[in-house]
Write a protein that binds this ligand. Structure first.
Ligand code: ARG
Length: 475
């Protein structure tokens, strides 16, 4: 293929080697930015017109072509050519093919360096919102189950050993709490990404388009970037986006791990719906939690995308270096990975059923009510260290009788300490233990309901942010 549409070449005598061309080419991934490149080109053309560098007639003609190309790109009818180095080259070629020589004017006053970073910010601001919409869907699904089971007793664990009884609603809501913080992370991040790099030029700024605030606002940014060198070389907004995706991955992975555990024969607390399980090619009885396992596995890849980019950025000289082109593929991969995982996890939790009988009957196992004895004694003015000792002795006695601590009789308990009078039996139940945990973040059913109510209020604010993309449509 010819190389006539290269954006450079005047000072070269020889053709580029094909190995060099192959290495340099990025259209196979950055074509994904084509509609954003057209949008910013549309704004740039208007800015050139405002600077009297394009006539009204030229501007109109080019904008009609941009709109037409945008439609064809969106429908998939237009694709890059083999000879296009990157998305910016391809879009310029398409415009020149459509309007002829005047199309060559659109490159004035900007560089691919500010163009690339502007396209990327436009993509990322939309991506964060699309991922957040899916996260909200997952949080709502978790909260629906949490509401259904707001007072269902369940064993609570530390060190993967029975610790204290908790409500299942509380256990479930901990996952939506974490995921809501991730959406909030995106909103915090968005405020920092909200500066427009277009006008930074190659590194020094633009001498031809100086109405930077107007350009920024047209592209949905509230202001232009402060420093042109920083604007073209900074990728911390990309690293931060990948970090947020990684934390989401870690949260989803822990959620998935819990479902894997709860659905084992050993735990048997939950059962996956057939729709969200897979079978074995050899063992007919198998029902495997592959959705949860793939989630756990793919979180590694999300972290890898962040780590890879940070290594690329470390020690890079200022300003633009071609290394920076490596920022795109990890982002596309993280976006696509989350968009695969989140709908599957939403369906999985919506259809998950719980073995409430087993959850209830196991809630008091492992002497998980021992703390109630200590708390009871504290209320009788006994210092906690002594109360702890006494409760420990009750556990020892129960173990020697092959019982659970809450199964000891009133006389067994008073034998350990005279302060353990028969009314201690009233606190030695799962129900009493759950009701007692009424601190603000506690597991008591009333608190769980209030907690979910507050979360739902937060969700209604966050979904508004996620549903409003500040990036304008091409007109
Ligand atoms: N495609 C490049 C990128 O994504 C932009 C090209 C800038 N090229 C250059 N030689 N300055 O980063």
């Amino acid at each position: 293929m010819g190389q006539s549409n290269k954006l450079w070449g005047g000072r070269f005598e020889k053709d580029t080697a094909s190995a060099m061309t192959n290495l340099s080419k990025s259209t196979h991934f950055d074509w994904r930015l084509a509609t954003f490149d057209l949008l910013q080109t549309d704004v740039h053309v208007q800015a050139l017109n405002r600077s009297k560098l394009l006539s009204d007639a030229e501007t109109k003609q080019i904008r009609i072509a941009i709109k037409d190309i945008h439609n064809k790109v969106s429908s998939g009818a237009l694709k890059p050519n083999d000879s296009d180095e990157d998305v910016h080259t391809a879009i310029e070629r398409l415009i020149i093919e459509s309007v002829g020589e005047i199309g060559g004017k659109i490159r004035a006053g900007r560089s691919r360096n500010d163009q690339a970073v502007t396209d990327f910010k436009l993509f990322l601001r939309g991506s964060a919102r699309i991922i957040s919409q899916e996260l909200v869907g997952l949080c709502k699904a978790i909260n629906e189950q949490a509401t259904k089971y707001f007072d269902q007793a369940s064993p609570g664990f530390t060190h993967l050993q029975h610790a204290q009884p908790v409500t299942l609603g509380h256990e479930l809501a901990k996952h939506s709490q974490a995921l809501l913080r991730d959406i909030e992370r995106f909103t915090d991040w968005d405020a920092r990404v909200d500066t427009c790099p277009l006008g930074a030029g190659a590194l020094a700024g633009s001498a031809l388009v100086t109405d930077s605030m107007w350009v920024a606002n047209q592209l949905g940014f509230s202001r232009p970037s402060e420093n042109s060198i920083d604007a073209v070389s900074d990728r911390d907004f990309v690293a931060e986006y990948l970090f947020i995706c990684s934390v989401i991955g870690v949260h989803l992975s822990k959620f998935a791990e819990e479902i894997i555990l709860l659905t084992t024969t050993e735990f048997g607390y939950a059962t996956l719906d057939d729709q969200y399980a897979t079978g074995s090619s050899i063992m007919p009885q198998k029902k495997n939690p592959d959705a949860a396992e793939l989630t756990r596995g793919k979180s590694g890849r999300l972290i890898g995308n962040l780590t890879g980019l940070l290594v690329t950025l470390k020690g890079l000289p200022f300003a633009y270096n071609r290394d920076l082109q490596e920022d795109k593929e990890p982002v596309f991969d993280s976006h696509d990975t989350l968009m695969l995982l989140l709908p599957a996890l939403t369906g999985m939790i919506q259809t998950l059923s719980f073995n409430t009988e087993k959850l209830s009957s196991n809630a008091a196992l492992g002497h998980s009510l021992a703390t109630e004895i200590a708390d009871y004694l504290v209320k009788k003015n006994i210092p906690f260290n002594q109360a702890h000792e006494i409760s420990g002795k009750c556990v020892k006695l129960a173990e020697s009788k092959n019982m659970e601590v809450h199964q000891l009789s009133a006389s067994d308990l008073s034998f350990v300490s005279k302060d353990l009078t028969s009314d201690v039996l009233e606190v030695l139940t799962v129900k009493a233990s759950l009701l007692a945990r009424s601190s603000y973040s506690g597991t008591s059913p009333v608190n769980v309901k209030a907690q979910i109510g507050r979360m739902n209020e937060k969700i209604s604010v966050l979904i508004k942010w996620a549903n409003h993309n500040p990036i304008p449509e091409i007109l």
